[in-house]
Ligand binder design. Structure first.
Ligand code: SF4
Ligand code: SF4
Length: 313
């Protein structure tokens, strides 16, 4: 999804709205059956391996793909509409964005004929999102699917998430949450009352290493999964670990997480390993950011198989 938004979010007396950076339809992962994935903007973590860097900030964000630009000798529409002179000519004749000047207003996105410019982040009301999600209701009914809220971190927009989930449940939709686990327990608790399934990330148990890789410690995340276990013993939870070479791919890192999960009371938990991949790498340069793990190769399949076997013992 790449709709333009020039709005700054809802005013106080308006219905709650959510800032969404992608809606992916017909997903066969992230929950049962055929699903619609809704990606909400804003995340308190800054994982070095993040495949959705456009989900980290809490505001709309301009992305630029110079390879799609037809060149400022042919077209300078974006330059003309930008009121703060944030668009300049690159050495190859295509546009570059001065990030220190750009206000992410989105005016250049509407002006660009070649879709070289895109604004990540569209404000949507609950009813607008329900309408989009329900376009595929017949597929959910046949496959046992539904809607999965992801991000970013959905708990960063709890008011919107709760309002959406209440309406979705009232309309019979199956609901799933994907969370980093970092948010207020009170928020997570309320959201868990309105979902059929939770995907919960645990990256590593060591708090110092967690802070190194994800930008924040993991104390609250571990507290939250413990409380989740006590409070919702019947809620299906899938814990997932992104396996990142040099960060958490040692057998003892994975074993430690599995042992921690074994000690949790009551949780109906499955544990999955997700191999690190580089699919989000190109988005960093589009956003004017540097990819933190440049040159890091995904782990060999055999190594992931060995780690999975370790969990079977
Ligand atoms: S999004 Fe940035 S570059 Fe584009 S018109 Fe607005 S300020 Fe200029
Ligand atoms: S409007 Fe689009 S195609 Fe034209 S110069 Fe700007 S980025 Fe390039």
């Amino acid at each position: 999804m790449s709709q333009t938004s020039r709005e700054n979010g809802p005013a106080q007396d308006e219905p709650v709205r959510g800032l969404i950076f992608n809606i992916q339809k017909f997903s066969l992962h992230d929950g049962s059956g055929i699903r619609t994935l809704v990606f909400l903007k804003g995340c308190p973590l800054t994982c070095q391996w993040c495949a959705n860097p456009e989900g980290q900030s809490y505001a709309p964000e301009l992305a630029c793909r110079p390879d799609k630009c037809i060149g400022t000798s042919e077209c300078d529409r974006c330059v003309k509409v930008c009121e703060v002179d944030a668009i300049r000519l690159g050495e190859d004749g295509r546009v570059e964005i001065s990030r220190e000047l750009c206000t992410d207003c989105g005016k250049c996105v509407d002006a660009c004929p070649s879709k070289a410019l895109e604004l990540f982040g569209t404000w949507m009301s609950v009813d607008e999102l329900i309408r989009v999600v329900e376009e595929d209701s017949s597929f959910y009914a046949r496959s046992g699917g539904g809607v999965t809220l992801s991000g970013g971190e959905p708990l960063a927009q709890t008011d919107f998430v709760l309002a959406f989930l209440e309406k979705a449940r009232a309309r019979g939709l199956d609901t799933t949450l994907e969370t980093s686990g970092l948010g207020k327990w009170e928020d997570l608790e309320q959201v868990c009352r309105l979902v059929n399934h939770v995907f919960f990330d645990i990256k590593i148990l060591d708090p110092a290493k967690h802070e190194e890789g994800a930008g924040v410690g993991n104390e609250r995340i571990l507290q939250n999964i413990s409380k989740l276990s006590e409070t919702f013993p019947d809620l299906p939870v899938t814990v997932r670990t992104p396996v990142v070479p040099g960060f958490n791919d040692a057998p003892e890192d994975i074993r430690a997480i599995a042992d921690f999960l074994d000690r949790l009371p009551g949780l109906r938990v499955e544990y999955e390993l997700l191999p690190y991949h580089r699919l989000g790498e190109s988005k960093y340069s589009q956003l004017g950011k540097t990819y933190p793990l440049e040159g890091l190769e995904p782990p060999p399949k055999e190594h992931i198989d060995d780690l999975r076997q370790l969990l079977d013992r």
